[in-house]
Write a protein that binds this ligand. Structure first.
Ligand code: F6P
Ligand code: MN
Length: 313
């Protein structure tokens, strides 16, 4: 079993976090092997939302579900499964997961990750997840990049752990991540520019105008294509991320899923002093109506998120 420094983890979450850390370290090993572990990026099917599933998406889902069976998780909701699975009927937690985020980056050796959200289990499987995002009691991600690291919040700041390959143990390296209120970088998939709404276009144009425009400062641009990598960069040095609604069919609520992508990242970012909105309301004030529903997502340094909200009127 992988070790995890549990000294700063509330007692109630130590078992589930150790299970997540164990499956995460196992998955990190598989990711590091790349083609030596087989065709991890090969297409194997489609998930409920219409994303192509890669072999590693399905393997990651199986690894986490297996590791969480004896970790007090009653209800398990995964991007890779149509409906909620009951893992441990006696457990008092519910866990939503994107087992492998950014799967188009598997084959190109760019950071991918796992995102998770933990809630108190409710009476029915669906009720555990279709509730205000503010009901989350913990949330985090594991990033598989140059380092394997885990960011997690239990509602009292955002902690950062790094997996030490020598000991196969997650070591606490920061007990309170804090992101700057102002930003020098922004992040959005610009190939969709022609489909954007006016406020989104206005924000990007303001950034592009740099010190010659209303903003009065130059901004840099970054886009990895893995939400986990993008979030980690922003938690580390500030910035903004946008995956807004746009005019493409099926993109009226953007691209990212509320329950296991948007809500947990919003919780982590707010706990590090940032903000997260769908353009109209704080993400943590919103309630998912469906398990796999999408939600427009804007988050990052508070000054920038406020500006984007202002542009949305
Ligand atoms: O899981 C969704 C995801 O892979 C995110 O990690 C990423 O932010 C987004 O999709 C990129 O989507 P696209 O390339 O379709 O704009
Ligand atoms: Mn994802």
């Amino acid at each position: 079993m992988t070790a995890l420094d549990t000294s700063q983890i509330p007692a109630r979450f130590q078992t589930v976090m150790t299970s997540l850390a164990t499956a995460g370290a196992q998955l990190a090993g598989l990711v590091a092997k790349g083609p030596l572990a087989g065709a991890l990026g090969a297409g194997v099917g489609e998930n409920t939302d219409g994303d192509q599933q890669k072999a590693l998406d399905v393997m990651a889902d199986e690894m986490f579900a297996e590791a969480l069976k004896t970790a007090g998780v009653r209800h398990y909701a995964s991007e890779e499964q149509d409906s909620v699975v009951t893992l441990d009927p006696t457990g008092d937690l519910a866990l939503a997961i994107d087992p492998l985020d950014g799967s188009s980056n598997i084959d190109v050796n760019v950071t991918i990750g796992t995102i998770f959200s933990i809630l108190p289990a409710a009476d029915t499987p669906e009720a555990s997840f279709l509730r205000p995002a503010a009901d989350q009691v913990a949330a985090g991600y594991i990033a598989f990049g140059p380092q394997c690291l885990m960011a997690v919040t239990f509602g009292d700041g955002t902690q950062l752990y790094v997996l030490d390959p020598d000991t196969n143990s997650f070591v606490l390296v920061e007990s309170r991540m804090s992101l700057p209120t102002s930003a020098k970088e922004f992040s959005i998939n610009s190939s969709n520019r022609r489909h954007w709404t006016k406020p989104v276009l206005a924000y990007v144009e303001e950034n592009e105008a740099g010190e010659t425009g209303a903003k009065g400062k130059n901004m840099n641009f970054r886009w990895v294509g893995s939400l986990v990598a993008e979030t980690h960069r922003i938690l580390t040095r500030g910035g903004t991320f946008l995956y807004p609604s746009d005019a493409r069919p099926k993109y009226e609520n953007g691209r990212l899923r509320m329950v296991y992508e948007v809500a947990p990242m919003a919780f982590l970012v707010e706990q590090a002093g940032g903000k997260a909105t769908d353009g109209k309301a704080p993400i943590l004030s919103l309630t998912a109506a469906e398990l796999h529903e999408r939600r427009p997502f804007v988050f990052g340094s508070s000054e920038e998120v406020d500006r984007i909200a202002e542009l949305h009127g």
